[in-house]
Ligand binder design. Structure first.
Ligand code: ATP
Ligand code: SF4
Ligand code: MG
Length: 399
């Protein structure tokens, strides 16, 4: 294969990630509750852009990724901020088209990897990775970080694995981009990684082409390729979308084990709150390119503060519930990112839009504000007491 530095992260043109509606077959609800003993509760509040280097390992500040098109400017990400420490997992959830993949590609520098791509995107804000700012950095410098310091598992493994080269050769090349070793040493490392991610007979399967692997094995191979250089940040964008429920659970376990082993910071992106509720320390809920709720995973999961999050929880499949029983589905469709509704972008779909006074939900965009303590924030005009009342009396009893 060509010795492209981007071979470690999939095609530089970006994957098809984001195009799939990928209605995830549920990996199962949190039939078992998230582990509340996790110590991931402390979140650094992201600082405003322009306030200098942060102490957090990853800090995204006021990130905007806009695509000028013939129909208008698509504001795919419009002012997103979060922080993430090493050894921690952030879950990003939201419906299709909420800007999850665009965010992850932005962190990986893949919207600006080529001159052609740079011409089509308008990016601002700051992405600090281990003390380095990436939005304003030279794309060559960011490319050097890909694979070595940060790697990504894509929604569709076939978009990241080249059909003409053996799986082993692709892992070997990904390793040799960042390590000055001979092919034999790199091959040994590739076999080790395939073994580590649970590919049977790795010394033989290393010579298979991607099409000879099952969907679950391809996903594992992509994880092996992403982890071969021990990246400090791993972004898994819908890592289980195409897989059946049993394999989904295995892949999620694998990511969790590997994170413990390598101590990386992990971002897991999914439609499905159930998938991340158990895995993540922090949850960030996206709607229309913005964060509408963020906080410790147990807080967001058990005491959600935003009506959209209530809707996501209500439409979450549960094994102890009839399939047909969807209690509080989110009605309507996600907003256009060209003409985002004024005020709160969720207002056309929100059952509580008329509760705040003076039509404020349709005229004033709610900013994220403290909701429930412990770094838990939500962007909603409802008064805290009102939210708590609705959650306790109307929503929680039905979940
Ligand atoms: N290069 C681009 N040019 C124009 N619009 C784009 C581009 N890339 C993404 N978008 C738009 O940005 C929005 C957010 O896309 P994104 O892929 O981030 O969604 P997502 O949350 O990952 O959805 P899914 O869950 O379906 O993967 C979508 O409306 C998408 O059409
Ligand atoms: S601000 Fe208004 S429309 Fe938006 S979520 Fe809160 S109540 Fe609903
Ligand atoms: Mg996506």
């Amino acid at each position: 294969m060509t010795d492209s530095p981007d071979s470690t992260t999939g095609p530089a043109t970006g994957p098809t990630a984001g195009s799939g509606t990928g209605a995830t077959a549920p990996a199962g609800p949190p039939a078992t509750a998230p582990d509340l003993t996790k110590t991931g509760a402390a979140v650094g509040e992201p600082a405003p852009a322009g306030s200098g280097a942060p102490t957090a390992f990853l800090e995204v500040r006021d990130l905007k990724v806009h695509f000028p098109t013939d129909d208008g400017i698509v504001k795919s990400v419009d002012g997103l901020s979060f922080t993430l420490e090493k050894g921690r997992t952030l879950g990003i959830v939201g419906e299709s088209g909420s800007g999850k993949s665009v965010t992850s590609l932005a962190v990986m520098g893949l919207h600006r990897a080529s001159r052609q791509q740079r011409a089509k995107v308008d990016m601002s804000g700051e992405i600090w990775l281990d003390g380095k700012e990436l939005v304003g950095a030279d794309p060559d410098e960011v490319r050097r970080l890909r694979g070595r310091e940060m790697a990504m598992i894509f929604q569709d493994p076939l978009s990241a694995l080249h059909p003409y080269y053996t799986v082993g050769n692709q892992i070997v090349e990904a390793y040799r981009v960042h390590h000055d070793v001979d092919k034999k040493t790199a091959r040994k490392r590739a076999v080790e990684m395939l073994d580590r991610v649970g590919i049977p007979q790795p010394d033989k399967r290393v010579d298979d082409h991607p099409h000879q692997f099952s969907g679950g094995m391809r996903q594992r191979a992509m994880i092996a390729m992403a982890l071969v250089n021990n990246p400090e940040l791993l972004i898994a964008d819908e890592p289980t979308t195409a897989l059946d429920v049993t394999v989904q659970a295995q892949i999620l376990d694998l990511i969790r084990d590997l994170q413990k082993e390598f101590g990386s910071a992990v971002i897991i992106i999914t439609h499905d709150l159930g998938v991340v509720a158990e895995l993540a320390d922090q949850l960030l809920v996206m709607y229309g390119g913005r964060c509408i709720e963020r906080g410790p995973a147990d807080k967001v999961f058990y005491e959600p503060q935003h009506p959209y999050t209530w809707g996501l929880l209500g439409s979450m499949p549960r094994i102890d519930r009839e399939q047909t029983e969807r209690l509080i589905p989110v009605k309507g469709s996600p907003p256009s990112l060209i003409n985002v509704p004024g005020g709160c972008a969720f207002n056309p779909r929100c059952p509580y839009a008329d509760l705040p006074k003076d039509n404020v939900t349709r005229t004033v965009r709610p900013e994220l504000r403290e909701a429930g303590g412990g770094g838990h924030v939500a962007a909603c005009h409802l008064a805290q007491e009102e939210r708590e009342r609705i959650w306790t009396e109307e929503i929680a009893p039905k979940l």
